[in-house]
Design a protein around this ligand. Structure first.
Ligand code: GAR
Length: 220
């Protein structure tokens, strides 16, 4: 394992696919005042393009292929063993498309965040863009939340909104939402690294104050 710069919070990213959010975080982490260090990328898909992005950035990577395991519990135990080697302060799910077991989620409570392509609590799970279109929503977006036992149901830190145009398809909407994700995730990861955002017993603390509603980045 490489020697890291001292004292900055250690960020481990998990991804399954293209890794555009990973890229946004890598780019942000190159800013001189970025308050954290990305120490590794873990993937469950051996062919994920995210692995190439990480290699380009000289990041350490590891693959734990879910197909090699007979159950979610076994997969999560193997993933956890890898993660613990890196001793991360923050685990960032960036398009990591596996449902995590309760044991895994509890072990990393308060350190595990996810980005989801909808304005939670709307549209947990898959096909969020099509579901927003089918519902006739005028506004759609993305949310970043602490991961808890409930799928896509943990306390939401921040959302970014996108106006839905009449001509939008699931693909155009996905593109618009991803652009916002790339803005929002680095901001939230900064706050987490700075200790400004924390998970309390059942709510979020922002600068030590209980946060009633998520931060919202409106469409511009
Ligand atoms: C992102 O849009 C993210 O919101 C979504 O996967 C995409 C990953 O893109 N995550 C989920 O659907 C999680 N339930 P990326 O690999 O290009 O960052």
């Amino acid at each position: 394992m490489k020697a890291d710069p001292p004292n900055l919070p250690r960020i481990l990213i998990l991804a399954s696919g293209s890794g555009t959010n990973l890229q946004a975080l890598i780019d942000a982490s190159r800013e001189r005042d970025f308050p954290g260090q990305i120490i590794a990328l873990g993937c469950n898909q051996p062919k994920a393009f995210a692995l190439e992005r990480a290699a380009q950035a000289n990041l350490e990577t590891f693959v734990v292929n879910h197909k090699d395991f007979g159950s979610r519990e076994e997969f999560d135990a193997a993933l956890m063993a890898y993660i613990l080697r890196y001793n991360p302060d923050l685990i960032v799910l960036a398009g990591f498309m596996r449902i995590l077991t309760t044991g895994f989620v509890r072990a990393f409570r308060g350190k595990l965040v996810n980005i989801h392509p909808s304005l939670l609590p709307l549209y947990t799970g898959l096909n969020t863009h099509q579901r927003a279109l089918d519902a006739g929503d005028k506004t759609h977006g993305a949310s970043i939340h602490f991961v808890t036992e409930e799928l896509d149901g943990g306390p939401v830190i921040a959302k970014a909104e996108v106006a839905v145009a009449p001509e939008d398809t699931a693909e155009t909407l996905a593109e618009k939402v991803q652009k916002k994700e790339h803005l929002l995730y680095p901001i939230v990861v900064r706050w987490l690294c700075e200790g400004r955002v924390q998970l309390g017993r059942d709510h979020i603390l922002f600068d030590g104050q209980s946060m009633d509603t998520p931060v919202c980045l409106p469409d511009s």
